[in-house]
Design a protein around this ligand. Structure first.
Ligand SMILES: Nc1ncnc2c1ncn2[C@@H]1O[C@H](COP(=O)(O)OP(=O)(O)OP(=O)(O)O)[C@@H](O)[C@H]1O
Ligand SMILES: [Mg+2]
Length: 250
């Protein structure tokens, strides 16, 4: 089967600093793949090359079998590649429903001030209702995003990405900054994501990683140290050595 997303020999340096060192990664359709590694390993930099905001020095990115290495970020979005950010990117004064309707209007190529149309476009309203229900945000739909508990803000970010109906979803630390009591909601939301969407999860919360992923790649200093199923990663001596003295949850 054609991989949903693939990198071949991806390499990037900033001056003398090699941050992506010959990374080859394959996500099958519907993959549940986690990318872990210490702070500064190059995880976000790798995502930036997948999405197209950063060009690799060399190597290839394939989306659905097509070489998109030279394709602009917005064109990759149109081809089904979405990401969420390590740091919250919401518009603070938009309500939850407005935020979703803007994403849906952008997806559908509807013009300016799209949220004005939200009430009149039944297909969009249906999409919004489905996303609100999926992420447990229905009761919050009229609240400005800045008023939401942080865990719900992070859920909304995933909902906004999913509004684009991606084939590949890149999640950069969806649980970052989320208090302990709200982490279960993130875990449940990740578990309930559509099965046909390939997902690459970056996360430091190992409970989340091991409950979610069926495959894990460990990135250290820009290189894939090891890749395998969670059972193998959990007992891998090289992985333990990386995290020992580091604290697995920093
Ligand atoms: N624009 C840039 N210019 C120079 N160096 C950069 C740039 N962007 C990232 N780096 C460096 O690349 C390395 C990898 O950073 P990156 O943010 O990708 O790590 P990370 O694995 O996402 O870390 P964290 O777990 O803390 O989010 C770091 O040493 C960082 O300083
Ligand atoms: Mg990062």
């Amino acid at each position: 089967m054609t991989p949903a997303l693939e990198t071949r020999g991806l390499y990037r340096r900033f001056g003398g600093l090699v941050v992506t060192d010959d990374v080859s990664l394959t996500l099958a359709p519907g993959a549940r793949h986690a990318l872990i590694g210490p702070n500064g390993a190059g995880k976000t930099t790798l995502i930036n090359q997948l999405t197209g905001v950063l060009r690799p020095t060399r190597g290839t990115v394939l989306l659905g079998g097509e070489d998109v290495t030279a394709l602009a970020a917005n064109r990759r979005v149109r081809r089904g590649l979405m990401r969420t950010f390590q740091i919250n990117q919401l518009f603070p004064d938009f309500t939850v429903a407005e935020s979703l309707s803007v994403a849906i209007a952008e997806r559908d190529g509807v013009g300016a001030l799209p949220w004005r149309n939200a009430g009149t476009d039944p297909a969009a309203a249906e999409d919004i209702a489905e996303l609100l229900a999926r992420f447990g945000l229905a009761a919050d739909m009229d609240r400005p995003t800045r008023m939401l508990p942080y865990g719900k803000q992070r859920l909304l970010e995933i909902a906004l990405a999913l509004a684009w109906r991606p084939r590949v979803l890149l999640l950069d630390e969806p649980a970052a900054g989320v208090p302990e009591g709200e982490r279960r909601d993130i875990l449940a939301a990740l578990a309930g994501l559509p099965e046909d969407v390939a997902i690459l999860l970056i996360e430091h919360d190992m409970d989340l990683v091991f409950s979610f992923a069926s495959r894990i790649s460990v990135l250290v200093a820009g290189r894939i140290l090891v890749e395998g199923p969670p059972e193998a990663i959990a007992v891998d001596e090289r992985v333990r050595a990386v995290y020992l003295g580091e604290g697995a949850d920093d």
